[in-house]
Design a protein. Sequence first.
Length: 94
Amino acid sequence: MIRSPEDITEAEKLKKIFAKNLNKYLGDTPQIEVANAIGVIPATFSSWCVGKNMPRMDKVQALADYFGVKKSDLIEEKPVSYTHLRAHETAANL
């Protein structure tokens, strides 16, 4: 059964926001590199990247430390800032 957008739970929305933000900061860095750096197995990290699961706050903090950002940069929906795009990025591929 296909669910309508209204059926998406708040938890599912948070997972999707987190996954989008995580992938933005991940860029071309191999998932396994970050997973090893923060002490999780690659399958766990992958589940975060696709929005299947959400990490505990201690792992969110570890990711924020790894990427040099605030936890809120990973867990909150942020508007696209065109002035912060890298040369190879466009709004369409974010």
